[in-house]
Design a protein around this ligand. Structure first.
Ligand code: TYD
Length: 219
């Protein structure tokens, strides 16, 4: 039996990492084998691309170059980790996936959606997530959380390069949020919007209520 593929999306500071961990624990307790992964990254080649993409100057790559690099990483990640894991019956929980390219490079970076859709057609093909949780938050709240987290990390490891995308202007993040909400509207079966401006436990309850339905369906 093929596993379920779940992605987590949203702007900065929505708490994706924590929610992935909580869902993974619940699924494992229910006897389901889980693979936790992330984008950019998740395979050796894609992690090398992650380093190229996320460190250094904000303007290091044009949005179109970024779209191609993220797609190259996604292709490797799908081939080496995601598809084989699903075939083994494992559930794959992925921190960001193709909607991040639509939002960050597409809407916020002005790369034509047509170009992104063409790449998706060949790279992702029929490996769309079965479910995508969009953790939705007012960007001002999300950025404040992300900045606080970054200050902690910097204190622990002085000199670590900053995440380029977290430094961008507020309008960029407002555009991102709108894009995610539009994606959810266009693909309501795949995408569920989760209010990220609530306690960690309440967010998890919302996700778990839906994930249980996925378990029932896949049994
Ligand atoms: P990460 O440190 O994983 O941050 P976050 O906690 O926000 O997920 O950085 C990933 C960054 O890469 C994030 O700012 C979004 C960006 N990104 C894209 O621009 N396009 C993509 O296709 C993906 C997967 C990520």
């Amino acid at each position: 039996m093929r596993g379920q593929f779940i992605s987590f999306e949203g702007g900065e500071g929505g708490g994706k990492t924590t929610q992935i961990k909580l869902l993974a624990e619940k699924l494992q307790a229910a006897g389901i084998k889980v693979v936790q992964t992330r984008e950019p990254g998740g395979s050796e080649g894609a992690e090398a691309l992650r380093h190229l993409l996320l460190t250094g100057d904000v303007a290091a790559w044009s949005p179109i170059s970024e779209a191609l690099l993220f797609a190259a990483g996604r292709s490797d990640h799908l081939e080496k980790l995601i598809r084989p894991s699903l075939e083994e019956g494992k559930w794959v929980l992925c921190d960001r996936f193709l909607d991040s390219t639509r939002a960050y490079q597409g809407v916020a970076g002005n790369v034509p959606q047509e170009f992104i859709a063409t790449i998706e057609k060949y790279v992702v093909a029929d490996s769309l997530p079965d479910r995508t949780y969009i953790l939705d938050l007012d960007p001002e709240v999300g950025l404040a959380r992300a900045n606080a987290r970054m200050a902690d990390i910097k204190e622990q490891s002085a000199g670590l390069a900053e995440d380029r995308f977290e430094n961008m202007r507020l309008q960029f993040h407002l555009d991102l949020r709108q894009c995610y909400l539009d994606i959810a509207k266009a693909e309501p079966k795949r995408c569920h919007v989760i209010n990220a401006d609530q306690a960690i436990g309440s967010m998890h309850d919302d996700i778990w209520a839906d994930a249980q339905k996925l378990i029932e369906k896949s049994n």
